[in-house]
Design a protein around this ligand. Structure first.
Ligand code: COA
Length: 188
């Protein structure tokens, strides 16, 4: 198991092919995949997705990572940053997707902050983007709570979306501010 980081309630680690069955259960839920350009994933599609994640880890050192609920010791979804071509430019994109029974507990926000701390706080990348459909309120909230604020509107896979960008400088400012007022959001 290659652990990336941890938060109060979650372990963030690399996905592996052993995760195919549990991740398939999560990614075959139409509600979980409603805002995905991939659509619902069966076992073969989930395996292909994890193979792509493994290639990202090798090539970029990052990718969508498994989220493990510490209490239940189970895989509950993924959160991570990985390469994404946007208007012919390779960007580093934040993505998150949780099993439905884990929604509304603050876990996506907790994992997004930890992943951004890893990607931007450690200076691995100069900026990270997140692409969200404007009607996807939960995802907008996760992104905004993690520090994304300004956005451009564009077409992505034939859908109108908001593209938010967070730079390492902005992350540094936010992180310093939050660490002065509460226990640090990401360093456990
Ligand atoms: C989007 C998603 C990751 C949010 O996960 P989550 O763990 O429920 O998010 P959080 O608990 O951290 O909640 C973040 C905020 O969104 C709010 N929220 C959650 N679900 C909501 C909904 N359906 N409508 C409106 N607000 C919602 C929460 O109340 C919280 O707001 P608050 O901080 O003001 O209380 C989750 O719904 C999911 O996995 N969806 C399917 C995959 C997906 O769409 N990923 C994003 C693609 S862009």
């Amino acid at each position: 198991m290659v652990q990336i980081c941890e938060t109060e309630r979650l372990i963030v680690r690399r996905l592996s092919l052993e995760d195919v069955p549990v991740l398939t259960e999560i990614l075959s839920d139409p509600e979980v995949m409603k805002h995905s350009v991939r659509g619902v994933c069966d076992e073969a599609a989930t395996r292909k997705f994890i193979e792509w994640c493994l290639a990202c880890y090798e090539l970029h050192g990052v990718g969508p990572w498994a989220l493990i609920d510490k209490k239940a010791a189970e895989l509950i979804g993924f959160c991570g940053v990985g390469p994404e071509m946007v208007a012919d430019v390779e960007e580093i994109n934040l993505g998150y997707r949780l099993a439905r029974r884990y929604w509304n507990k603050g876990l996506a926000s907790e994992s997004a902050r930890a992943v951004l701390n890893y990607a931007l706080g450690k200076g691995l990348f100069h900026s990270v983007i997140v692409i969200i459909e404007p009607e996807h309120v939960a995802s907008l909230k996760v992104a905004e709570k993690a520090g994304f604020s300004s956005f451009d509107v564009l077409e992505f896979h034939d859908r109108p979306v908001r593209l938010y960008r967070l730079t390492s400088e902005h992350w540094e400012t936010l992180h310093k501010r939050c660490c002065r007022t509460q226990p640090c959001c990401a360093d456990v």
